[in-house]
Design a protein around this ligand. Structure first.
Ligand code: 2RA
Length: 330
């Protein structure tokens, strides 16, 4: 299968290549794609050297699948051109996520909705993916009425410049600032840009994408997204209110039985998820599962995942795996 990775030299694109190789994705020809300034750069994939090409060249090569992580404007312009050439695009930007004609997919939750006609498929936002993977099976069992989520997000979500800013601050170096404030020893209540309603785009993604993926606009969602000086992954404190009664034992079993979820939850042994241990792993880790005694049928839990993996690259590759498995491409 001919597979293009658009944004192959970026943070997520690099992880996409790692995940494709780790999972032995059936690639006969890899097409690493990046901006003109990177054209000609050499990338090694499973022992073979490839030259980075530009978007125009990549479209002409007619890949079967193109995994995009190159920003919304590039995706808006180029995803349709790839689709026109017969390529199925899985796009990691926010460009297509809320488009009513495009599917927003977490494979474990709603990949079965995909058909051969879906030529541009949206990969959800990282903080949404890890949350809905845990919420999906609970919603099915208990019907979620309300979600209150506070996120504690890795600076890798902002990009290389923010990682560099934190590293500079660690060693007391001056350098380019991704944020107008220090990241080191700080917590910044600002992920992405502010909207007119006082929420950030990151917070509204959690609201809107959760409702779309779970296909239920009645779920009330409210979010606060915080950037913290962590690199391993995003952490989320989630409070749920269900229509139906539940037991904590049943919740733990449902989550343990959910593909892609690992429950780490034992206060007696100080067992709970942490980003430093989630880094480099593909699962979503859930712990601190406990009843919220302040409301009927309410529950608290803590959800952690590597935002570059299940939050972006791994989820996109898993969509590709589903497309291959169901013979929707290739
Ligand atoms: C963030 N969710 O963490 C975004 C990823 N671009 O900022």
């Amino acid at each position: 299968m001919r597979v293009a990775v658009v944004g192959a030299t970026g943070l997520v694109g690099t992880v996409m290549l790692e995940v494709l190789a780790e999972r032995n994705f059936p690639i006969t020809e890899l097409i690493p794609v990046a901006s003109e300034r990177s054209v000609g750069k050499k990338l090694s994939y499973k022992g073979t050297e490839y030259s980075v090409v530009g978007l125009e060249t990549a479209v002409e090569m007619k890949p079967d699948l193109a995994l995009f992580s190159a920003g919304g404007s590039t995706s808006l312009e180029w995803a349709p051109k790839f689709a026109e050439a017969g390529t199925t695009v899985v796009d990691n930007s926010s460009a297509w996520r809320m488009d009513p004609t495009k599917k927003l997919v977490v494979p474990e939750i709603n990949a079965t909705s995909l058909t051969k006609e879906d030529k541009i498929i949206a990969n959800p936002n990282c903080s949404t993916i890890q949350m809905v993977l845990a919420l999906g099976p609970l919603h099915e069992q208990y019907k979620i009425k309300r979600v209150i989520v506070s996120t504690y997000q890795s600076i890798t979500g902002t990009g290389v410049k923010a990682v560099q800013q934190l590293e500079n601050e660690y060693i007391g170096e001056k350098g380019e600032m991704a944020y107008p404030y220090p990241i080191h020893r700080n917590a910044i209540p600002h992920c992405d840009v502010f909207e007119a309603n006082g929420y950030t785009k990151e917070e509204m993604k959690l609201v809107n994408e959760t409702q779309k993926i779970l296909d239920d606009r009645t779920i009330a969602v409210t979010a606060t997204a915080i950037r913290i000086p962590v690199v391993g992954g995003h952490s989320e404190s989630v409070n749920l209110e269900f229509e139906k009664e539940y037991t904590e034992t049943d919740v733990r079993k449902i989550l343990s039985d959910t593909s892609g979820v690992t429950v780490q939850d034992n206060p007696d042994t100080n067992t709970y998820p942490m980003p430093i241990y989630a880094e480099g792993k593909n699962d979503v880790f859930v712990g601190r599962i406990r009843r919220d005694h302040s409301r009927e049928n309410a529950l608290n839990m803590w959800i952690v995942a590597d935002n570059l993996r299940k939050g972006a690259a791994t989820n996109a590759v898993q969509i590709g795996e589903y497309l291959v498995q169901e013979k929707l491409i290739g």
